[in-house]
Design a protein around this ligand. Structure first.
Ligand SMILES: Cc1cc2nc3c(=O)[nH]c(=O)nc-3n(C[C@H](O)[C@H](O)[C@H](O)COP(=O)(O)OP(=O)(O)OC[C@H]3O[C@@H](n4cnc5c(N)ncnc54)[C@H](O)[C@@H]3O)c2cc1C
Ligand code: SF4
Ligand code: SF4
Length: 426
């Protein structure tokens, strides 16, 4: 049998690459840092462009990955070191203890209902709380909780707490489980560690963190989601139903990320129209943004949307009105100045390299762009090669992409791995 392959990151790109490699008979080690697989796609309710249900799209893929005998899925996994070169990479991996037996657990929620610790839920962009034993959201896969030992009372001064174990009639909670380490040898590595959204703190100028009606794109995605913090009710962060809504599409300024902003901002218009049908949203677009139609095939759609589209010549200024329940947005346009008031403002925020992407660029000595994404040495010939032979990058590891392109890159990376094997570099 040909050599094993390592795939790092179980988002849509990593899952697709693993399934394709397994279907070609290759054994795959799919290492995922978090407790679940699916990546950022599972934070979405609907998927642009066809507005498909994200769960319906991703759930069969997640289950195929988890059931495939050739795919060794390691959640709560950390890569400790990678040595060697193409055909013979030696990789040390640590599997953090979840302290829950995945075979005995049925995901019934009794344990986290019993846990007294409440902390911000990072998966929900800190918009809701989770327990020290938890799954990130309803429907997450694997549907098995884990104990976050950094916040669990047992590891922080109260070793007698055993409320979660007492609540579990299946005896699935096991405090004695410890981290384990193992080593593998692989011929190739596919990096699919993805992106992270820009954090809201940099958007104070738009009153983020000050006014409850201001959302980053990732926050808004969770607020709309039926398994999100408000079960899909579109309200401001203090629970009020908005009577007006606006989107600033290029809140980070224009640049290479703008096609994704366009894509999901159009989706957000659908969300607004569906949940708040009496509102006509105002959309703020940078007037200087004239993308290459091949790069951004969605841009022209702004001409036909049911919204007031304002082309600004200077970045909009956002101020709070009164107690901050409402916001005033002012900008210059070619026709003069424009001003609107809104209760809800969504910021089209950029996608940045994930901390995992930055970590592996450094660890593996891969060249990267000024923005911190993996550089492709031959962009015209291959979009998945990195500057290190035998290591490929798929999905948003190489820059912001939509799901279709991430999946295409995963397939291209697998093609390269199989081609290496045919050349004897396995
Ligand atoms: C607000 C918003 C809405 C969007 N809506 C759409 C849409 O409707 N349609 C569409 O086509 N695209 C959409 N996108 C883009 C979409 O999210 C991406 O195309 C897709 O998630 C990329 O998948 P990926 O696998 O490359 O990366 P990710 O989804 O980021 O997955 C990366 C995985 O790697 C893991 N990882 C990270 N670091 C490590 C590490 N050190 N070790 C192990 N694992 C690690 C992560 O936990 C994660 O599971 C949207 C983007 C945003 C910001
Ligand atoms: S650990 Fe036990 S209580 Fe918690 S979800 Fe699993 S089966 Fe239910
Ligand atoms: S031991 Fe106590 S604090 Fe820790 S996860 Fe269980 S219930 Fe929560």
């Amino acid at each position: 049998m040909a050599a094993d392959v390592l795939v790092i990151g179980a988002g849509v790109a990593g899952m697709k690459a693993s399934l394709l490699l397994a279907s070609a008979g290759r054994r795959v080690h799919l290492i995922e840092n978090s407790s679940i697989i699916g990546g950022r796609l599972i934070r979405c309710e609907d998927i642009f462009p066809a507005m498909e249900c994200a769960t319906c799209m991703v759930s069969p893929m997640q289950q195929d990955v988890l059931r495939n005998d050739l795919i060794n899925v390691v959640t709560l996994g950390d890569i400790l070191s990678i040595e060697g070169s193409i055909g013979n990479f030696r990789v040390k991996i640590r599997k953090r203890a979840s302290c829950v037996d995945p075979v005995a657990c049925i995901g019934c929620a009794e344990c986290w209902n019993a846990c007294p610790v409440e902390i911000n839920n990072e998966f929900e962009e800190n918009l809701s709380k989770r327990k020290a034993i938890s799954i990130p959201c309803a429907g997450a896969l694997p549907n098995v909780p884990w104990i976050d030992r950094e916040n669990c009372l047992r590891w922080n001064g109260d070793e007698n707490c055993s409320l979660c174990a007492e609540a579990c009639v299946f005896a699935a909670v096991d405090y004695s489980e410890v981290d384990s380490e193992f080593e593998i040898t692989v011929s190739n590595i596919i990096l699919s560690t993805g992106y992270q959204p820009t954090h809201g703190e940099v958007f104070e100028k738009y009153q983020w963190g000050i006014c409850p009606g201001v959302f980053t794109a990732s926050e808004f995605e969770r607020y709309y989601s039926s398994n999100g913090p408000t079960s899909g009710e579109l309200v401001t962060k203090d629970g009020l139903k908005p009577e007006s809504a606006a989107i600033i599409v290029h809140a980070c300024g224009t640049g290479s990320h703008s096609n994704i902003n366009t894509m999901y901002s159009l989706k957000f218009l659908h969300y607004l129209m569906e949940k708040l049908p009496d509102i006509r949203p105002v959309v703020f677009l940078d007037a200087s943004y004239s993308p290459d139609a091949l790069e951004d095939r969605h841009h022209l759609k702004w001409r036909n949307v049911e919204a007031d589209v304002i082309l600004y010549t200077q970045i909009p200024e956002v101020n709070k009105v009164g107690d901050g329940k409402s916001l005033s947005i002012t900008c210059s346009t070619a026709e003069g100045s424009f001003q609107a008031e809104t209760d809800l403002l969504v910021l089209g925020t950029s996608m940045l390299p994930s901390t995992g992407t930055s970590k592996f660029i450094k660890l593996l000595g891969i060249e990267c762009s000024d923005e911190g994404y993996v550089t492709k040495p031959e962009p015209g010939l291959s979009s998945v090669m990195t500057t290190v032979p035998g290591i490929f990058a798929a999905g948003c590891t190489g820059g912001p992409l939509d799901i279709a392109s991430s999946v295409t890159e995963a397939a291209a990376a697998v093609g390269r791995v199989l081609a290496d094997a045919n050349r004897g570099e396995k």
